[in-house]
Design a protein around this ligand. Structure first.
Ligand SMILES: [Zn+2]
Ligand SMILES: [Zn+2]
Length: 263
C-alpha cells in the first residue's frame, strides 16, 4: 500500500543485495516504486529493472550534475527514444542544482527546458530536482507552462511559498525522509499542503530517515515517511497511504488494473 515515487534501486549501491532489499520492501507493503534515470545509461538500467518487476516503473532523464559530460543533442534524442519503452511513465530526473560549483547554470537551464519540452510532447509528467535554485526553477516552469505540463518536485526542500507556486504549475510535492530530521522545515509544509498534492519517496540510497541516518537508505523506509505524514495530517496510516497512492495514479500513466496483481 505504500509508494516510493523516487528511488534509485537500479544504482550500483544495491548491486550486492538487491533481491533482499526487494524482499524487505515487499514485507513492508511497498506496492509501487518509480526508479528514475539520471543519464542515458542509468535510464536504461531503470527500464531494465522495471522490466523484471511488475510493481517497478521507470522514468528517463538527465540529472543537472550529468550535464557537463552528457549535454548533447544525441543525449536528448536517445532519452526521447526511450520514452516508448513500456514501463516508462515520466521524464526525469531533470532540473537545476546550484548547490555545488562547477555545473554551468545556463547549460543546466537549457537542458531542463529541452527535457520539459520532451515531457510535454509525449504527454508525460516531469520528475524535477531543484536544489538551491528555486528562483530559476519556478521561472522556467512558468515560462514552459502548457495545459499538459505536470509532474513532481522530487525530494522537496523548499518553503511553503515555493510549494504553492509548484502546485500552481501542476506539480505535486514529493516528501523524502528528511521530513524526520530535527531541523527540517518540511513538517510545516506537509501541514499546509493539501494531502491530494503530496507524494512520498526515499531517494534511496541517499538521505535515510531517522533512525537510519548515516546508513544506506532503502525503499522499505518510505513507510516511515508515510507514517510521519499521517501523524501531521491526523489521519490513519492506511488512509494516508491510500490517498498518496491515488495521487500517483492521477499523475503517472500507470494502468490501474496492474494493481490487482499487487498485494
Ligand atoms: Zn534528485
Ligand atoms: Zn534522485
Amino acid at each position: 500500500m505504500f509508494v516510493d515515487v523516487h528511488c534509485h534501486l537500479s544504482f550500483p549501491e544495491f548491486d550486492e543485495d538487491r533481491p533482499e532489499v526487494i524482499r524487505r520492501l515487499r514485507e513492508q507493503n511497498i506496492s509501487l516504486l518509480i526508479d528514475p534515470g539520471t543519464n542515458t545509461e542509468t535510464s536504461r538500467r531503470s527500464i531494465e529493472l522495471s522490466a523484471h518487476h511488475e510493481f517497478i516503473y521507470a522514468t528517463v532523464g538527465l540529472h543537472p550534475h550529468e550535464i557537463s559530460t552528457a549535454f548533447s543533442p544525441e543525449t536528448f534524442s536517445l532519452l526521447e527514444a526511450l520514452t516508448t519503452e513500456p514501463k516508462v511513465v515520466g521524464i526525469g530526473e531533470i532540473g537545476l542544482d546550484y548547490h555545488y560549483p562547477g555545473y554551468d547554470a545556463k547549460t543546466q537551464q537549457e537542458a531542463f527546458r529541452s527535457m520539459l519540452r520532451i515531457a510535454k510532447k509525449h504527454d508525460l509528467p516531469a520528475v524535477v530536482h531543484s536544489r538551491d535554485a528555486w528562483e530559476d526553477t519556478l521561472r522556467i516552469l512558468k515560462e514552459e507552462q502548457s495545459s499538459n505540463l505536470r509532474g513532481i518536485m522530487h525530494c522537496f526542500s523548499g518553503n511553503m511559498e515555493h510549494a504553492r507556486q509548484c502546485i500552481l504549475s501542476g506539480f505535486k510535492i514529493s516528501i523524502p525522509g528528511t521530513l524526520t530530521y530535527k531541523k527540517s522545515s518540511l513538517p510545516e509544509v506537509v501541514g499546509e499542503v493539501a494531502i491530494g498534492d503530496l507524494l512520498t519517496e526515499t531517494d534511496a540510497p541517499y538521505l535515510p530517515p531517522v533512525p537510519f541516518r548515516g546508513k544506506r537508505n532503502e525503499p522499505s523506509y518510505v513507510r516511515i515517511v508515510t507514517e510521519k505524514i499521517a501523524a501531521i495530517k491526523e489521519l490513519t496510516v492506511e488512509k494516508t497511504a491510500a490517498i498518496i497512492k491515488n495521487n500517483v495514479f492521477t499523475l503517472f500513466p500507470i494502468r490501474r488494473h496492474s494493481q490487482t496483481s499487487i498485494p
